[in-house]
Design a protein around this ligand. Sequence first.
Ligand SMILES: Cc1ncc(COP(=O)(O)O)c(C=O)c1O
Length: 379
Amino acid sequence: MTNFETVLIHGGKSIDEKTGAVNVPIYQTSTYKQDELGKHRGYEYSRTGNPTREALENLIAELENGKYGFAFASGLAAITTVLSLFKSGDNIVISNNVYGGTFRLLNQVFNNFGITFTIAENEDYEKSLTENTKAILIESPANPLLTITDIKAVSNIAHKHNILSIVDNTFMTPYLQRPLDLGADIVIHSATKYLGGHCDLIAGLVVTKDKKLAEKIGFLQNSIGAILEPFDSYLLIRGIKTLAVRMDRITDNAQYAAEFLQKHKAVKNIYYPTLTTSKDYDTHIKQSKNGGGMISFELKENYDINKFFSSLNLVMLAESLGGVESLVCHPASMTHASIPAEIREKIGITDNLIRLSIGIENKEDIINDLEQAIRKAER
Ligand SMILES: Cc1ncc(COP(=O)(O)O)c(C=O)c1O
């Protein structure tokens, strides 16, 4: 099975031998009867292994062109497990923009265990490495400014220095970008977003091709125990089936909305990777299929952003992204509030920044809603 859209529907699972059920059954069990001491049927305890979760793990491994997949209770549980590969004294270099929760996890949790992190100055990864650096962790496009990083170039730097390249692929999904093909060692997802696709579950996924890394991650998954439940694993498999059709519609709508905002007299700055004016256009299009569904922008000073948010009728003010419904958020006070104000300012997450997650509604309805809210926000 080589075509991605087909793998979305048929990948990862084994047909239920007993009944022929076309969907993976939800094995809602914590444990499994063993036939005799030391003899079981492949499953002992559901933290260690569960057939529904395993079907999902095989599916995401196939979709990312990896070999080993792991499912977790949230994106942050996935990141926590991956960061647990490191030990006191180790350093991680991260991209200029990362999800606020990832920053908080490094800054306020792993820091306490002696694992330090460095933000790559001017996106110069090689210069930011120290002798203790053990990994580079990036998002591309990064949350929330859609900054693009050349995944192949960063992976090459990592390998030259014998360290790991880790990519959070949440914003693109494997339909639009496959970091392992570009040389990354580990791919992470907040599957809460586009993979789930319906704002009805919280989940995280990790994929690698490397057997040794997979053994370590599998050990940590079982030891830390932040695993995804069988029912949520089923829901995620169900969401993934429609990934390609959802992403096609989302990206078509997003390109349309980005071009609309770009031309709008009220808009000061706009960030969307496949606007031809985007400084990162060439790098992004080299490694990704299209621009995805996220747009960030700033309104000019004579517009009141509170009024803009409260005037929206269709686009909902809410945390999260990647669902079928369009959402809007204010990164400085919502998704990135845990980054100290001076660092936010330095990396460009201004108090005026607005982040949109475009859904699959009619695209005219989306821009009409944005237009009427911008009009009301004019001072
Ligand atoms: C890029 C990115 N990575 C990780 C996370 C964390 O995922 P979760 O909320 O599923 O824990 C998020 C959440 O917004 C995100 O946007």
